[in-house]
Ligand binder design. Structure first.
Ligand SMILES: NC(=O)c1ccc[n+]([C@@H]2O[C@H](COP(=O)([O-])OP(=O)(O)OC[C@H]3O[C@@H](n4cnc5c(N)ncnc54)[C@H](O)[C@@H]3O)[C@@H](O)[C@H]2O)c1
Length: 434
């Protein structure tokens, strides 16, 4: 099948490469010429484990190409995916649909023959109706269907998630389009990934409901962690004690600095806005978003408290900047709030991240960047572990203690054991553990 993927970012590039690997012929289109030039030189603009090899293989075998030229790509395609960004709209938190609607107009002008236009971007309920209206208005003659196919992949494990999804959600009432979608995903369907067919609006809402539920689960355990700290309980034991209950499940029960990243913060906000517009407010998600945004900066105060109440003139080492390991994505990363809170309190910040420092440099000011974890710790008055990269899970504690000016470690991911850290002579603070 001929596939056009509009937007070659985290989702478009992974989806395009995976569809090509299933045997389809895929052309990824992006309006950013630098990104396309890099891809055509064989460079991958993002860090995602396994992606470079997958892209190289499919380019070599002639199933995957990249271009900035949307019209001929769409003209040849049977399925056109919209995988452009849907960030928060500045000021009000609604999803900004500018890129989706621009893509719809560009696609409309180029459609030739029956075409299934598939929204893979995370979009509010009713966006598919508007995409359909735009295409119909631009090209009353066009033969097309608009389908919602939300993407559930996680950065850092994106290829495995795309190739072995828990489920595939297809939102359309058009039988012909459903047939095209089933053909596209047939290789997965044979592997028994359930393909759920539903209405387009239901599919759009399903994506937001999934992200809002996961954000709620994280926020729940974070607040239980705060209570653990007050009553002398251990949140990791609580999480295990409830997570082994199949009705609850153990995933997303790791207490930490608050959720971040390119999806949960913006998607919870967008769902809140949609629900308010339809006069069906989802108060639980409103609370989750408010609690989480307070929490990230509160983690800065936790570090200040661990340093004896003041960090003015002190140097704080920050390990891990990206919102989670195995990605270079810095969008809404908790590290940003932690670092700015420390800088506001007069600290100098030194940081190290194996993949995120390039993106961080554009988002943070006055941060010194280190060459590795020990270089980061050198002469610092405290060390904060913000992102649990594997690289930071087995640090040489003796070496770390020698490098630091004061042996203070604030572990926002509960990577280390409190008894072991104390035995090594650290003042050790973690999340929700005595
Ligand atoms: N990143 C994730 O983990 C993830 C997971 C599931 C769903 N999503 C959703 O997928 C969508 C894309 O997210 P992303 O992280 O891949 O975004 P991204 O910012 O990495 O990529 C979007 C790309 O689209 C390009 N673009 C924008 N308008 C265009 C146009 N008119 N024509 C061609 N290219 C255009 C941009 O240049 C950019 O390269 C969002 O709606 C997001 O919520 C993301």
């Amino acid at each position: 099948m001929q596939v056009a993927m509009i937007g070659a970012g985290y989702v478009g590039l992974v989806s395009g490469a995976c569809f090509a690997d299933f045997g389809h012929t895929v052309c990824c289109v992006d309006k950013d010429p630098a990104k396309i030039e890099a891809l055509n030189r064989g460079e991958i603009p993002i860090f995602e484990p396994g992606l470079a090899d997958l892209v190289a293989k499919n380019v070599r075998e002639g199933r995957l190409t990249f271009t900035t030229d949307l019209a001929p790509t769409v003209r040849n395609a049977e399925a056109v995916f919209i995988a452009v960004g849907t960030p928060s709209r500045r000021g009000d938190g609604h999803a900004d649909l500018t890129y989706v609607y621009q893509a719809a107009r560009d696609i409309a002008a180029a459609i030739d023959g029956y075409t299934v236009v598939v929204t893979k971007s995370t979009v509010p309920v009713g966006t598919g109706d508007e995409v359909e209206r735009i295409i119909r208005e631009t090209r009353p003659d066009a033969d097309f269907a608009v389908v919602s196919n939300p993407e559930f992949l996680r950065e850092g494990a994106a290829i495995a998630d795309f190739k072995r999804p828990d489920r595939i959600v297809i939102g359309t009432e058009d039988e012909r389009a459903k047939g095209v979608m089933t053909d596209l995903y047939r290789p997965l369907y044979l592997n028994q990934s359930p393909l759920l067919a539903m209405s387009r609006r239901t599919a759009e809402l399903t994506k937001y409901a999934a992200n809002a539920f996961l954000a709620t689960k994280i926020t729940f355990i974070n607040e239980i962690a705060d209570l653990c700290e007050q009553v002398g309980a251990n949140v990791q034991d609580v999480a295990r004690g409830i997570g082994l209950d199949n009705r609850i499940g153990s995933k997303f029960l790791h207490a930490g600095p608050g959720y971040g990243g390119s999806c949960f913060p913006k998607d919870t906000l967008a769902l809140i806005k949609t629900a308010q517009d339809y006069e069906a407010p989802i108060r639980i998600v409103e609370t989750v978003a408010a609690v989480n945004s307070q929490r990230k900066r509160a983690m800065g105060r936790k570090v200040i408290a661990a340093c004896g109440g003041s960090v003015r003139g002190k140097t704080i080492a920050v390990l891990g900047l990206t919102f989670k390991p195995n990605t270079d994505d810095m969008r809404d990363a908790p590290s940003i709030d932690v670092i700015t809170a420390l800088q506001d309190a007069g600290a100098r910040v030194k940081a190290y991240d194996p993949e995120g420092m390039g993106a961080a440099k554009a988002m943070l000011t006055d941060v010194d960047y280190a060459t590795d974890a020990y270089d980061c710790a050198r002469d610092a008055d405290a060390l904060v572990l913000v992102t649990e990269w594997d690289l930071f899970r087995a640090l040489d504690l003796r070496r770390l203690k020698t490098a630091l000016a004061a042996p203070v470690v604030v572990d926002l991911r509960n990577v280390y054991r409190p008894d072991e850290m104390r035995r090594h002579g650290f003042t050790y603070v973690s999340i929700g553990r005595p």
